[in-house]
Design a protein around this ligand. Structure first.
Ligand SMILES: [Zn+2]
Length: 449
């Protein structure tokens, strides 16, 4: 099975891509519009520099070669949600091409996904069907800047596609300012082929929907092939409520869109601009760097970074002050387990750094350090923290004494720990965070090995 995605990211600019209409939510339909985004005769588009800058940043993040020169094309777009009958997009000379993006999977393995291209284009408006054979159109969205990221068909399963989108969104949020509900500002077209021909499911919003649409489509195609049928190349829509896809239209080929160069915008030489743009390290790159720089496995690096890049930075501070071993022992263990609780309380990790320092200098014991860290991070008193961790550790230890085979199984496969974790969760019903339970279980099993 092959899956490729076309991901549309709404870029966080204040005004639209080719005019000065605002991109904020409007109070009423068709209020954030002007002659340019409506395509009135005599109006002329002017490129929003900020949209171009965002495009270059994303192209760099995806490992693409950024073009020295870009221009725009008009794509025939004969639907009423684009009143000018063409959509301004990039065809021949997109902002970036030929990228490679490493996906860090949950199981700790990594996979390279090739990025075909990233280009800029304007969003169409919104159509609302009224149910009585007529439709209403709102052009407020028309002209909002989008970046479209196109992958090669390198994803193997619907679940992998979901993991890819989740990581991509987290990375994009780190590089450009997506709104908090970042997942909703991303829409994707999903291409999937089980046999030879592929189908495209258009306009899927959100991670869960992408996985659902792809899973439905995978099963549908398998069923057709099994019955001796043939998959036809077509575009399908996704029905979010029913979780199914259905035929929209037989697939057009790119040439059917009749691209012509956009004469009103001209050519942009962007090499100097692109050279001047530096981007922050993305979470995905940070995972790669942490695992090679500190010799930790990718799974641990991924766990640190996906909890929070601040936690990963804290790992680096501890490693540089008190050595890698203390960073692994404390930050990847109890600090990581309580990091979210600390953030929710609005706490800071400075005290934790001091505690780890005291331990590293031999001034306090292992147990004392553990209790102090837990209490500083969760706001529990030292006594409560002690009782809480003792209670948890005793329960795990007792269960392992009754089921000694788990320790042997764990040597062969770490998943054996799941039995203990499941038992403790059931017994304590939400008293401890799952991360606390996982960390304590690992620690105790390893002490019994
Ligand atoms: Zn406008």
């Amino acid at each position: 099975m092959k899956i490729g995605l076309e991901v549309h990211v709404q870029l966080p600019t204040k005004s639209k891509m080719f005019c000065s209409c605002p991109t904020t939510d409007a109070s009423a339909p068709n209020t954030h519009v002007c002659p340019t985004c409506l395509g009135m005769p005599g109006s002329r588009p002017v490129l929003n520099r900020e949209a171009l800058v965002c495009g270059i940043k994303l192209a760099k993040m995806l490992g693409c070669k950024v073009a020295d020169t870009v221009w725009f094309s008009r794509k025939t777009y004969f639907y009423p949600d684009m009143s000018k009958s063409v959509q301004i997009t990039q065809y021949d000379h997109p902002v970036g091409e030929g990228g490679a993006y490493v996906l860090h999977k949950e199981d700790g393995s990594a996979k390279e996904v090739r990025i075909t291209r990233i280009h800029l284009e304007e969003d169409p408006g919104k159509t609302k069907r009224t149910g009585d054979m007529s439709s209403l159109i709102d052009y407020n969205r028309s002209g909002i800047p989008l970046a479209e990221i196109v992958t090669e068909p390198d994803l193997a399963t619907p679940k992998e596609a979901r993991e890819f989108l989740a990581q991509l969104i987290a990375d994009i949020k780190h590089i450009i300012d997506l709104p908090e509900s970042g997942e909703r500002s991303i829409r994707c077209d999903c291409n999937i082929s089980v046999g030879k021909e592929r189908c495209e499911v258009k306009n899927v919003t959100g991670l869960k929907n992408a996985e659902t649409a792809l899973t439905y489509e995978m099963r549908r195609q398998l069923k057709v092939l099994k019955a001796g049928g043939k998959i036809e190349r077509e575009t399908r829509n996704f029905d979010e409520t029913r979780g199914i896809t259905y035929t929209a239209r037989k697939k057009e080929f790119e040439a059917d869109y009749g691209y012509i160069d956009e004469p009103d915008l001209g050519i942009f030489r962007i090499k100097a601009l692109s050279d001047s743009i530096r981007i922050k390290e993305s979470p995905a790159k940070m995972i790669l760097r942490l695992s090679s720089q500190y010799g930790i496995d990718a799974k641990m690096a991924r766990q640190l970074v996906s909890t929070s890049t601040d936690l990963a930075s804290f790992f680096e501070s501890v490693a540089s002050e008190y050595g890698r071993e203390n960073a692994v022992k404390w930050v990847a263990g109890p600090v990581s387990a309580n990091w979210r609780a600390m953030e929710e309380r609005g706490g800071k990790a400075d005290g934790v750094l001091l505690t780890i320092g005291m331990f590293a200098e031999g001034k306090i014991t292992d147990t004392e350090a553990g209790i102090e860290i837990k209490s500083a991070m969760t706001g529990m008193s030292a006594e409560q923290a002690q009782r809480s961790s003792e209670g948890l550790e005793k329960m795990i230890s007792d269960y392992l004494d009754g089921n000694p085979a788990i320790v042997d199984d764990y040597r062969k496969n770490e998943k054996a720990a799941n039995r203990v974790i499941g038992y403790v969760m059931k017994q304590t019903g939400g008293q401890y965070s799952s991360r606390d339970i996982v960390a304590a279980t690992r620690k105790i099993i390893e002490s019994k090995m």
